[in-house]
Write a new protein. Structure first.
Length: 317
């Protein structure tokens, strides 16, 4: 138990360390440009951080909802939570970009910075605002990954963003002499590179969540019902019947009387105690299919030899 907690907490702590490092490097680079630039970046980052932390729920809320759906093994909801969170992120980003001028005016009215510093800070903000969609989407993706009990990948995303930001900022300011514009552009490039990297990281996790939505039942009257796949992938034409038993799905699966019939199990949770070799009613099950409200692919039973899905694949069910 302690190892599991450490496995989650240590990468999360490491990821948080990269955030101030990036700010420290930006400030140190700006320090070589002059005190005005340092003050301008300080004002600009304060405004940006105020904006971003108002949308911190995108990470924490997504993390909590994803953890609930992941614990319930509701793969469709896990995938939908990420999509909804990204949609909210993009909508909020568009609003921030459209209201950029108003936000700056309100912020500067509540600060006592010099006119020159405000001008430089405005230049910094006008460039950094381009990276808002990437930053907001990263909030959603990081929260989603944390909800899946994976904090190592958010740490990698933060590391990539930090390295690229440092490299770009140094190159743009020292080699190209772009000043505060170079620091801001380095931040934007780093955010979008981190977003691309994050998308590549979640592809392998996201695909399995949506690939299960590949079954549908077409009734004789034309009604269609969509669901999640387990068992064999072969199409079947079956008579649909139902069974009200609370236990004994293995016996039902191997009962010859259900040959070429698809059985709807009225008990909501099926598969939780697996399949035992001694409990079959017949050597080779001939049932046409099984329709359930919720399928558990991780049985908890010392007698279990295989999962229900593995048996169904073996006998083309």
């Amino acid at each position: 138990m302690h190892k599991k907690i450490l496995k989650i907490s240590i990468p999360a702590l490491a990821a948080n360390i990269f955030v101030p490092i990036m700010g420290i490097v930006d400030m140190s680079i700006a320090g070589h440009l002059g005190s005005i630039y340092t003050s301008a970046i300080s004002v600009g980052t304060t405004i940006l951080n105020l904006l971003y932390w108002n949308f911190g729920f995108l990470r924490m809320g997504t993390s909590g909802l994803t953890a609930q759906a992941f614990g319930a093994k509701n793969n469709k909801e896990v995938a939908n939570i990420l999509l909804r969170s990204i949609l909210v992120s993009l909508t909020a980003s568009i609003l921030i970009i459209l209201l950029n001028g108003i936000i700056q005016e309100i912020a500067f009215n509540h600060m006592t910075a010099d006119v020159v510093i405000e001008e430089k800070a405005s230049i910094y903000l006008n460039i950094c605002i381009i990276g808002v969609p990437a930053t907001m989407c990263l909030y959603s993706i990081k929260g989603w990954l944390i909800g899946l009990q994976n904090t190592f990948r958010p740490m990698l995303i933060a590391l990539v963003s930090t390295i690229i930001n440092i490299a770009c900022s140094i190159y743009f300011t020292q080699a190209l002499n772009w000043g505060i514009e170079g620091i801001a552009l380095g931040t934007v490039i780093a955010e979008y590179c981190a977003l691309i990297f994050a998308i590549l990281l979640i592809r392998e996790k996201f695909k399995p969540l949506i690939k299960y939505v590949n079954r549908k039942i077409i009734l004789e009257d034309g009604h269609e019902f969509y669901g999640y796949a387990f068992g064999d992938t072969e199409d079947k034409i079956c008579e649909i019947v139902f069974n009200t038993s609370m236990v004994g799905y293995q016996e039902i699966l191997s009962d010859p009387s259900y040959t070429f019939q698809a059985v709807v199990m009225t008990y909501p949770l099926i598969g939780n105690y697996g399949m035992a070799a001694d409990d079959y009613e017949t050597i080779m099950p001939t049932i046409g299919g099984v329709i359930v409200r919720e399928y558990n692919d991780e049985p908890s039973n010392f007698r279990s030899d295989e999962t229900l899905s593995e048996v169904m694949k073996k006998y083309w069910i």
